[in-house]
Design a protein around this ligand. Structure first.
Ligand SMILES: *Cc1c(COP(=O)(O)O)cnc(C)c1O
Length: 379
Protein backbone atom coordinates (compact mmCIF):
# COMPACT_ATOMS: atom_id res chain seq x y z
CA UNK A 1 0.00 0.00 0.00
CA UNK A 2 2.86 2.35 0.75
CA UNK A 3 6.56 2.41 -0.21
CA UNK A 4 8.52 4.26 2.44
CA UNK A 5 11.90 2.89 1.40
CA UNK A 6 12.04 4.76 -1.91
CA UNK A 7 11.18 7.99 -0.14
CA UNK A 8 13.88 7.36 2.47
CA UNK A 9 16.60 7.01 -0.16
CA UNK A 10 16.07 10.63 -1.16
CA UNK A 11 16.51 12.09 2.35
CA UNK A 12 18.92 9.49 3.74
CA UNK A 13 21.99 11.75 3.85
CA UNK A 14 20.23 14.65 5.51
CA UNK A 15 18.39 12.49 8.04
CA UNK A 16 21.49 10.46 8.93
CA UNK A 17 23.58 13.53 9.60
CA UNK A 18 20.93 15.31 11.67
CA UNK A 19 20.19 12.15 13.68
CA UNK A 20 23.89 11.73 14.43
CA UNK A 21 23.89 15.29 15.72
CA UNK A 22 20.93 14.55 18.02
CA UNK A 23 22.72 11.45 19.34
CA UNK A 24 25.85 13.44 20.05
CA UNK A 25 24.07 16.32 21.79
CA UNK A 26 21.64 13.96 23.61
CA UNK A 27 18.72 16.42 23.28
CA UNK A 28 16.25 13.59 22.78
CA UNK A 29 13.03 15.21 24.00
CA UNK A 30 11.87 18.75 23.20
CA UNK A 31 15.28 19.63 21.80
CA UNK A 32 16.13 22.26 19.19
CA UNK A 33 15.00 19.97 16.33
CA UNK A 34 11.48 19.77 17.78
CA UNK A 35 11.33 23.52 18.24
CA UNK A 36 12.60 24.18 14.70
CA UNK A 37 10.08 21.74 13.24
CA UNK A 38 7.27 23.43 15.16
CA UNK A 39 8.22 26.83 13.71
CA UNK A 40 8.57 25.44 10.19
CA UNK A 41 5.19 23.74 10.33
CA UNK A 42 3.55 26.92 11.67
CA UNK A 43 4.97 28.81 8.67
CA UNK A 44 3.88 26.12 6.19
CA UNK A 45 0.32 26.00 7.50
CA UNK A 46 -0.05 29.71 8.18
CA UNK A 47 -1.22 28.94 11.72
CA UNK A 48 -0.14 30.71 14.91
CA UNK A 49 0.57 27.67 17.06
CA UNK A 50 1.75 24.12 16.45
CA UNK A 51 2.12 21.98 19.55
CA UNK A 52 3.95 18.72 18.78
CA UNK A 53 2.92 15.61 20.71
CA UNK A 54 3.37 11.84 20.73
CA UNK A 55 0.77 10.68 18.18
CA UNK A 56 -2.45 11.66 16.42
CA UNK A 57 -4.71 9.94 18.93
CA UNK A 58 -3.17 11.86 21.83
CA UNK A 59 -3.45 15.04 19.76
CA UNK A 60 -7.22 14.59 19.44
CA UNK A 61 -7.62 13.77 23.12
CA UNK A 62 -5.57 16.80 24.18
CA UNK A 63 -7.64 19.08 21.90
CA UNK A 64 -10.75 17.98 23.80
CA UNK A 65 -9.05 18.36 27.19
CA UNK A 66 -7.76 21.80 26.20
CA UNK A 67 -11.25 22.97 25.28
CA UNK A 68 -12.44 21.94 28.74
CA UNK A 69 -15.02 19.42 27.53
CA UNK A 70 -16.64 17.64 30.49
CA UNK A 71 -18.19 14.18 31.00
CA UNK A 72 -21.66 14.12 29.49
CA UNK A 73 -20.89 16.74 26.84
CA UNK A 74 -21.94 15.47 23.42
CA UNK A 75 -19.39 15.43 20.61
CA UNK A 76 -20.58 14.81 17.07
CA UNK A 77 -18.33 12.94 14.65
CA UNK A 78 -18.46 10.74 11.56
CA UNK A 79 -19.61 7.11 11.67
CA UNK A 80 -17.19 6.37 8.81
CA UNK A 81 -13.67 7.00 10.13
CA UNK A 82 -10.78 5.39 11.98
CA UNK A 83 -11.72 4.36 15.53
CA UNK A 84 -9.24 6.78 17.15
CA UNK A 85 -11.66 9.64 16.59
CA UNK A 86 -14.47 8.14 18.65
CA UNK A 87 -12.13 6.36 21.06
CA UNK A 88 -10.80 9.53 22.68
CA UNK A 89 -14.30 10.98 23.00
CA UNK A 90 -15.38 7.89 24.93
CA UNK A 91 -12.15 7.75 26.93
CA UNK A 92 -12.78 11.26 28.29
CA UNK A 93 -16.32 10.15 29.22
CA UNK A 94 -17.78 12.59 26.73
CA UNK A 95 -20.74 11.24 24.79
CA UNK A 96 -19.90 10.33 21.19
CA UNK A 97 -22.68 11.06 18.70
CA UNK A 98 -21.94 9.30 15.41
CA UNK A 99 -23.58 10.63 12.26
CA UNK A 100 -23.69 9.63 8.59
CA UNK A 101 -21.38 10.81 5.81
CA UNK A 102 -21.79 12.03 2.23
CA UNK A 103 -21.77 9.37 -0.50
CA UNK A 104 -19.48 11.25 -2.90
CA UNK A 105 -16.75 12.71 -0.64
CA UNK A 106 -17.11 10.17 2.23
CA UNK A 107 -16.93 13.09 4.67
CA UNK A 108 -19.29 13.95 7.53
CA UNK A 109 -22.68 15.20 6.29
CA UNK A 110 -23.55 18.69 7.63
CA UNK A 111 -27.28 17.86 7.39
CA UNK A 112 -26.75 14.86 9.65
CA UNK A 113 -24.77 17.02 12.08
CA UNK A 114 -27.56 19.56 12.27
CA UNK A 115 -30.10 16.85 13.00
CA UNK A 116 -27.96 15.49 15.85
CA UNK A 117 -27.40 18.78 17.70
CA UNK A 118 -29.00 18.89 21.17
CA UNK A 119 -28.62 21.32 24.10
CA UNK A 120 -25.79 19.04 25.35
CA UNK A 121 -23.75 19.24 22.14
CA UNK A 122 -20.42 20.97 22.73
CA UNK A 123 -18.23 20.10 19.74
CA UNK A 124 -18.09 18.77 16.21
CA UNK A 125 -15.14 16.67 15.02
CA UNK A 126 -15.00 16.67 11.22
CA UNK A 127 -12.47 14.13 9.93
CA UNK A 128 -10.79 15.16 6.68
CA UNK A 129 -11.14 11.62 5.43
CA UNK A 130 -8.78 10.19 2.80
CA UNK A 131 -7.16 13.60 2.28
CA UNK A 132 -9.76 16.27 1.64
CA UNK A 133 -11.55 18.67 3.91
CA UNK A 134 -15.07 18.05 5.06
CA UNK A 135 -17.60 20.74 4.09
CA UNK A 136 -16.06 23.36 6.37
CA UNK A 137 -18.26 26.22 5.14
CA UNK A 138 -21.37 24.46 6.39
CA UNK A 139 -19.70 23.06 9.52
CA UNK A 140 -18.31 26.41 10.69
CA UNK A 141 -21.68 28.04 10.02
CA UNK A 142 -23.45 25.40 12.14
CA UNK A 143 -20.85 25.74 14.89
CA UNK A 144 -21.27 29.49 15.03
CA UNK A 145 -25.05 29.30 15.06
CA UNK A 146 -25.10 26.72 17.89
CA UNK A 147 -22.00 27.95 19.74
CA UNK A 148 -20.00 24.75 19.29
CA UNK A 149 -16.27 24.02 19.06
CA UNK A 150 -14.88 22.54 15.86
CA UNK A 151 -11.97 20.12 16.26
CA UNK A 152 -10.55 19.06 12.89
CA UNK A 153 -9.15 15.53 12.76
CA UNK A 154 -6.52 16.29 10.14
CA UNK A 155 -4.56 13.02 10.42
CA UNK A 156 -5.26 12.20 6.76
CA UNK A 157 -5.45 15.71 5.32
CA UNK A 158 -2.16 17.48 5.95
CA UNK A 159 -1.28 19.81 3.10
CA UNK A 160 -4.79 19.88 1.63
CA UNK A 161 -6.26 23.25 0.72
CA UNK A 162 -9.83 24.21 1.37
CA UNK A 163 -11.50 26.78 -0.86
CA UNK A 164 -14.38 28.55 0.86
CA UNK A 165 -17.53 29.58 -0.96
CA UNK A 166 -16.25 33.18 -1.01
CA UNK A 167 -13.10 32.05 -2.85
CA UNK A 168 -10.65 32.42 0.04
CA UNK A 169 -8.38 29.49 0.86
CA UNK A 170 -6.99 27.88 3.99
CA UNK A 171 -4.89 24.84 4.78
CA UNK A 172 -6.74 21.92 6.32
CA UNK A 173 -6.35 21.99 10.08
CA UNK A 174 -6.37 25.80 10.33
CA UNK A 175 -10.11 26.36 9.94
CA UNK A 176 -11.72 25.11 13.16
CA UNK A 177 -10.91 26.18 16.71
CA UNK A 178 -8.24 23.52 17.00
CA UNK A 179 -6.95 20.58 14.94
CA UNK A 180 -5.00 17.39 15.41
CA UNK A 181 -2.73 15.52 13.05
CA UNK A 182 -0.70 12.32 13.01
CA UNK A 183 2.82 11.69 11.77
CA UNK A 184 2.37 7.89 11.72
CA UNK A 185 4.83 6.56 9.08
CA UNK A 186 2.18 5.93 6.40
CA UNK A 187 0.49 9.33 6.72
CA UNK A 188 1.22 11.96 4.05
CA UNK A 189 3.78 13.58 6.37
CA UNK A 190 5.07 10.58 8.30
CA UNK A 191 8.01 10.13 10.65
CA UNK A 192 9.85 6.90 11.50
CA UNK A 193 7.82 6.00 14.58
CA UNK A 194 4.90 7.72 16.28
CA UNK A 195 4.32 11.45 16.25
CA UNK A 196 1.51 13.98 16.19
CA UNK A 197 0.65 17.64 16.59
CA UNK A 198 -2.09 20.08 17.52
CA UNK A 199 -2.72 23.33 15.60
CA UNK A 200 -4.60 26.42 16.74
CA UNK A 201 -4.78 30.17 16.17
CA UNK A 202 -6.06 30.71 19.73
CA UNK A 203 -3.25 32.01 21.99
CA UNK A 204 -4.94 31.04 25.28
CA UNK A 205 -5.84 27.56 24.08
CA UNK A 206 -2.27 27.06 22.80
CA UNK A 207 -0.91 28.01 26.23
CA UNK A 208 -3.31 25.62 27.99
CA UNK A 209 -2.38 22.79 25.65
CA UNK A 210 1.39 23.37 25.88
CA UNK A 211 1.14 22.69 29.61
CA UNK A 212 -1.25 19.77 29.20
CA UNK A 213 1.10 17.79 26.95
CA UNK A 214 3.71 18.02 29.71
CA UNK A 215 1.92 16.81 32.87
CA UNK A 216 -0.11 20.01 33.26
CA UNK A 217 3.06 21.96 34.08
CA UNK A 218 3.27 25.66 33.26
CA UNK A 219 6.12 26.25 35.68
CA UNK A 220 8.55 23.46 36.52
CA UNK A 221 7.01 21.13 39.15
CA UNK A 222 3.87 23.25 39.46
CA UNK A 223 0.97 21.15 38.17
CA UNK A 224 -2.01 23.45 37.56
CA UNK A 225 -4.21 21.04 35.61
CA UNK A 226 -4.35 17.29 35.01
CA UNK A 227 -2.18 16.70 31.97
CA UNK A 228 -0.61 13.84 30.07
CA UNK A 229 2.86 12.90 28.91
CA UNK A 230 2.77 13.35 25.15
CA UNK A 231 5.89 14.65 23.44
CA UNK A 232 7.56 14.40 20.06
CA UNK A 233 11.07 12.89 20.00
CA UNK A 234 13.91 14.91 18.51
CA UNK A 235 14.79 11.96 16.24
CA UNK A 236 11.27 12.05 14.77
CA UNK A 237 11.48 15.83 14.36
CA UNK A 238 14.64 15.31 12.28
CA UNK A 239 12.69 13.13 9.84
CA UNK A 240 9.76 15.56 9.74
CA UNK A 241 12.07 18.53 9.07
CA UNK A 242 13.57 16.68 6.11
CA UNK A 243 10.14 15.81 4.72
CA UNK A 244 8.16 19.01 5.35
CA UNK A 245 9.82 21.02 2.53
CA UNK A 246 8.92 18.11 0.22
CA UNK A 247 5.32 17.71 1.41
CA UNK A 248 3.76 19.64 -1.48
CA UNK A 249 5.82 17.64 -3.96
CA UNK A 250 4.79 14.39 -2.21
CA UNK A 251 1.14 15.40 -2.37
CA UNK A 252 1.48 16.36 -6.04
CA UNK A 253 2.86 12.89 -6.77
CA UNK A 254 -0.15 11.38 -5.03
CA UNK A 255 -2.48 13.60 -7.06
CA UNK A 256 -0.74 12.59 -10.28
CA UNK A 257 -1.16 8.90 -9.40
CA UNK A 258 -4.84 9.50 -8.53
CA UNK A 259 -5.41 11.21 -11.90
CA UNK A 260 -3.91 8.23 -13.72
CA UNK A 261 -6.08 5.78 -11.79
CA UNK A 262 -9.19 7.87 -12.41
CA UNK A 263 -8.45 8.24 -16.14
CA UNK A 264 -8.19 4.47 -16.44
CA UNK A 265 -11.40 3.79 -14.48
CA UNK A 266 -13.49 6.67 -15.82
CA UNK A 267 -16.86 5.58 -17.18
CA UNK A 268 -16.67 2.00 -15.92
CA UNK A 269 -20.21 0.92 -14.97
CA UNK A 270 -19.09 -0.92 -11.81
CA UNK A 271 -16.89 1.84 -10.43
CA UNK A 272 -17.65 5.14 -8.69
CA UNK A 273 -14.57 7.37 -8.72
CA UNK A 274 -13.54 9.41 -5.68
CA UNK A 275 -14.97 12.91 -5.96
CA UNK A 276 -13.37 16.04 -4.58
CA UNK A 277 -15.28 18.71 -2.68
CA UNK A 278 -15.17 20.77 -5.87
CA UNK A 279 -17.11 18.02 -7.63
CA UNK A 280 -14.34 16.83 -9.95
CA UNK A 281 -13.46 13.14 -10.09
CA UNK A 282 -9.88 13.67 -8.96
CA UNK A 283 -8.90 14.12 -12.58
CA UNK A 284 -8.59 17.88 -13.04
CA UNK A 285 -5.08 19.30 -13.28
CA UNK A 286 -5.60 22.31 -11.06
CA UNK A 287 -7.37 20.78 -8.09
CA UNK A 288 -5.35 21.25 -4.89
CA UNK A 289 -8.08 20.32 -2.44
CA UNK A 290 -7.33 16.59 -2.18
CA UNK A 291 -4.04 15.07 -1.00
CA UNK A 292 -5.16 11.46 -1.57
CA UNK A 293 -4.05 9.91 1.68
CA UNK A 294 -6.10 7.06 0.25
CA UNK A 295 -7.34 6.55 -3.30
CA UNK A 296 -10.72 4.98 -2.62
CA UNK A 297 -13.20 3.64 -5.15
CA UNK A 298 -16.72 2.38 -4.69
CA UNK A 299 -17.20 -0.99 -6.40
CA UNK A 300 -20.82 -1.65 -7.29
CA UNK A 301 -22.88 -4.83 -7.90
CA UNK A 302 -21.51 -6.60 -4.81
CA UNK A 303 -18.18 -7.26 -6.50
CA UNK A 304 -15.98 -5.57 -3.90
CA UNK A 305 -15.08 -8.61 -1.79
CA UNK A 306 -14.24 -10.78 -4.78
CA UNK A 307 -12.12 -7.96 -6.22
CA UNK A 308 -10.18 -7.72 -2.94
CA UNK A 309 -9.54 -11.45 -3.12
CA UNK A 310 -8.48 -11.24 -6.78
CA UNK A 311 -6.01 -8.42 -6.07
CA UNK A 312 -4.58 -10.30 -3.10
CA UNK A 313 -4.11 -13.43 -5.23
CA UNK A 314 -2.18 -11.32 -7.72
CA UNK A 315 0.01 -9.76 -5.03
CA UNK A 316 -1.51 -6.32 -5.35
CA UNK A 317 -2.08 -4.87 -1.90
CA UNK A 318 -5.38 -3.14 -1.25
CA UNK A 319 -7.32 -2.05 1.80
CA UNK A 320 -10.89 -1.71 2.99
CA UNK A 321 -11.12 1.50 4.98
CA UNK A 322 -13.39 0.98 6.83
CA UNK A 323 -15.18 -2.39 6.86
CA UNK A 324 -17.46 -1.80 9.87
CA UNK A 325 -19.37 1.41 10.74
CA UNK A 326 -18.30 2.72 14.14
CA UNK A 327 -21.88 2.63 15.43
CA UNK A 328 -21.77 -1.16 15.00
CA UNK A 329 -18.38 -1.67 16.68
CA UNK A 330 -18.81 -3.52 19.98
CA UNK A 331 -17.09 -0.77 21.96
CA UNK A 332 -19.39 1.95 20.62
CA UNK A 333 -22.81 0.34 20.19
CA UNK A 334 -25.50 2.45 21.80
CA UNK A 335 -29.25 2.01 21.85
CA UNK A 336 -29.65 5.65 20.79
CA UNK A 337 -28.49 4.75 17.29
CA UNK A 338 -30.99 3.89 14.61
CA UNK A 339 -29.82 1.96 11.52
CA UNK A 340 -32.02 4.15 9.32
CA UNK A 341 -29.80 7.13 10.21
CA UNK A 342 -26.73 5.57 8.58
CA UNK A 343 -27.73 4.64 5.01
CA UNK A 344 -24.53 5.96 3.43
CA UNK A 345 -22.01 4.46 5.86
CA UNK A 346 -23.86 1.15 5.81
CA UNK A 347 -23.52 1.12 2.01
CA UNK A 348 -19.92 2.38 1.85
CA UNK A 349 -18.57 -0.35 4.14
CA UNK A 350 -19.74 -2.86 1.51
CA UNK A 351 -18.38 -0.97 -1.51
CA UNK A 352 -15.13 0.82 -0.71
CA UNK A 353 -11.69 -0.35 -1.72
CA UNK A 354 -8.45 1.61 -1.43
CA UNK A 355 -5.71 0.97 -3.96
CA UNK A 356 -1.95 1.39 -3.40
CA UNK A 357 -1.21 5.10 -3.00
CA UNK A 358 2.18 6.62 -2.24
CA UNK A 359 4.85 8.87 -3.66
CA UNK A 360 6.79 6.11 -5.41
CA UNK A 361 4.01 4.66 -7.61
CA UNK A 362 5.19 4.50 -11.22
CA UNK A 363 3.26 4.27 -14.49
CA UNK A 364 4.02 0.59 -14.90
CA UNK A 365 2.56 -0.26 -11.47
CA UNK A 366 -0.53 1.86 -12.09
CA UNK A 367 -1.06 0.27 -15.50
CA UNK A 368 -0.74 -3.22 -13.97
CA UNK A 369 -3.16 -2.46 -11.14
CA UNK A 370 -5.79 -0.75 -13.30
CA UNK A 371 -5.65 -3.53 -15.91
CA UNK A 372 -6.11 -6.16 -13.20
CA UNK A 373 -9.12 -4.34 -11.72
CA UNK A 374 -10.83 -3.68 -15.06
CA UNK A 375 -10.25 -7.18 -16.44
CA UNK A 376 -11.70 -8.69 -13.28
CA UNK A 377 -14.79 -6.47 -13.30
CA UNK A 378 -15.38 -7.15 -17.02
CA UNK A 379 -15.27 -10.90 -16.82
C1 LIG B 1 -4.13 7.78 11.84
C2 LIG B 1 -5.35 8.44 12.34
C3 LIG B 1 -5.49 8.84 13.68
C4 LIG B 1 -4.54 8.45 14.77
O1 LIG B 1 -3.23 8.76 14.58
P1 LIG B 1 -2.09 7.96 15.40
O2 LIG B 1 -0.87 8.82 15.19
O3 LIG B 1 -1.96 6.63 14.78
O4 LIG B 1 -2.50 7.93 16.81
C5 LIG B 1 -6.63 9.54 14.04
N1 LIG B 1 -7.58 9.82 13.14
C6 LIG B 1 -7.50 9.44 11.86
C7 LIG B 1 -8.60 9.79 10.92
C8 LIG B 1 -6.39 8.73 11.41
O5 LIG B 1 -6.33 8.35 10.13
Amino acid sequence: MVDLVGQYEEIKGQVGEAMQNVLETAAFINGPEVHAFQKELEAYLGVKHVIPCANGTDALQICMMGLGLKPGDEVITADFTFAATVEVIALLQLTPVLVDVEPDTFNIDPKAIEKAITPKTKAIVPVHLFGQCANMDAIMELAERHDLFVIEDNAQGIGANHTFKNGSKAKSGTIGHVASTSFFPSKNLGCYGDGGAIFTNDDDLAHTIRGMVNHGMYKRYHHDVVGVNSRLDSLQAVVLRAKLPRLDAYNNKRRAAARKYSHAFQGHPDIVLPKTVNGCEGICETCDCHVFHQYTLRILKEKRDSLVQHLNENNVPCGVYYPIPLHRQKAYVDERYNEADFPVTNQLVKEVISLPMHTELDDEQIAYITKLVIEFLNR
